[in-house]
Design a protein around this ligand. Structure first.
Ligand code: COA
Length: 144
């Protein structure tokens, strides 16, 4: 893992990241389009962390801190590079960012049926909170 480099995405990386998510991420996020990812990058340029190996994009995570909570989104590793500790390294980098910002607890939404993700989050020390349910309302139209 010595050649793994993790750092914030640049504006020039964003379209590659959207392509990467099509093959590496689970499902599609409500903000998964150029406008969504550019807005994130303008608002918090260091939130989108990329893992590269030999220059190739092999993993992503969004480590978003809004001053209150630390949310993790879009943890995804290239299918050809899984089980090599890349998600573990991305989560460590995200947690380092949160700690530097004064964040107190990281959280992530994980699909109930995504068993391999459960194992990865569990291995990184995250635990489900069964007593909570996500309540949502779309800001700009019908609830998605
Ligand atoms: C989930 C995901 C990010 C894990 O990435 P990864 O780089 O392979 O994870 P790591 O190599 O850091 O795994 C760390 C530990 O997690 C556990 N783990 C990860 N994937 C696992 C799997 N498929 N089955 C069993 N355990 C798994 C293992 O304990 C592993 O340690 P080990 O390899 O020494 O046994 C990757 O499978 C992925 O991108 N999946 C599709 C997108 C996705 O579901 N993202 C999560 C959204 S919430």
């Amino acid at each position: 893992m010595n050649d793994l480099h993790i750092g914030p995405a640049s504006a020039a990386d964003l379209s590659d990241v959207l392509d990467f998510w099509k093959s590496a991420a689970e499902g599609t996020s409500i903000s998964d389009d150029p406008a969504g990812v550019e807005r994130l990058h303008r608002r918090d340029p260091d939130a989108l962390l990329l893992a590269r190996r030999g220059g190739e994009l092999v993993g992503t995570v969004i480590a978003g801190f809004d001053g209150w909570r630390c949310h993790l989104y879009r943890l995804a590793v290239h299918p050809g590079y899984r089980r090599q500790g890349i998600a573990t390294a991305l989560l460590a980098a995200a947690e380092e960012r949160f700690a530097g910002l004064g964040g107190r607890r990281g959280d992530a939404m994980v699909l109930d049926r995504n068993a391999s993700a459960h194992r990865a989050w569990d291995a990184a020390g995250y635990r489900p909170q069964e007593e909570w349910t996500r309540w949502v309302k779309a800001i700009d139209g019908p609830t998605r």
